[in-house]
Design a protein around this ligand. Structure first.
Ligand code: FES
Ligand code: FES
Length: 213
């Protein structure tokens, strides 16, 4: 897909801009890595101007989300989760703990299951991100979304986007051979409503159906 969207008026005019963007990104990353070993007072004194810890200069990042390419200017501290929800309005990905412990924020980055709350957006440069919004096609739900409905795999639904994104990875990575294997793979996705048995049944059914996931 060749869609492209510019956000916050930070359009990069041409390839020269992209080269400049890459150089800036690399310098920023090296600087951050180095500064992380310094005591806070030293970092504050060395920063100066807008690059003080409380007001860092925006950095540019280009990434593809659900097939649409985005060029963004972001605070270097922005997580992928906050970028998705607050800058791209993709609120299907949920913020539960914001601490890497509940799985509500699970997305796919370059096909790998990823916790968006533990991933800095700047680290997703040139990567392909897929969220729960990417699963339904042409008005039809993904087979695992249909199975969650059929098997009553949710109550409040807050954990469900993360459960489904993890469930898709579980099947794709061939980790859905048994209920025990699914439980182990899905153990990072918590459900306060306790829908676990139904979630396992939904994943098992889709895996056994041989549906394309
Ligand atoms: S919000 Fe990311 S793991 Fe809980
Ligand atoms: S359905 Fe409510 S937390 Fe899982």
């Amino acid at each position: 897909m060749n869609n492209e969207r510019i956000v916050r008026g930070e359009e990069l005019e041409n390839e020269a801009d992209f080269s400049e963007e890459r150089r800036f990104f690399l310098k920023q990353s090296v600087a951050m890595a180095g500064l992380s070993f310094l005591p806070v007072p030293f970092v504050t004194a060395a920063g100066g101007g807008d690059s003080s810890p409380g007001n860092p200069e925006p950095v540019k990042v280009t990434l593809t989300v659900n097939g649409t390419r985005h060029r963004l200017a972001i605070d270097v501290r922005t997580t992928l989760l906050d970028l998705l929800r607050e800058q791209l309005a993709l609120t299907g990905t949920k913020k539960g703990c914001d601490f890497g412990q509940c799985g509500a924020c699970t997305v796919h980055v370059d096909g790998q299951r990823t916790l968006a709350c533990l991933s800095f957006a700047i680290m997703q440069q040139s990567k392909k991100v897929h969220t729960i919004e990417s699963l339904a096609k042409n008005g039809s739900l993904h087979p695992l979304q249909q199975a969650f409905i059929k098997h009553d795999g949710f109550q409040c639904g807050y954990c469900t986007p993360g459960q489904i994104m993890s469930g898709v990875s579980c099947i794709r990575e061939k980790k859905a051979g048994s209920a025990e294997e699914i439980q182990e793979y899905m153990s990072g996705n918590l459900c306060r409503c306790g829908a676990y048995p139904n979630i396992v049944n939904a994943i098992m059914e889709v895996k056994n159906s041989g549906s394309q996931v």
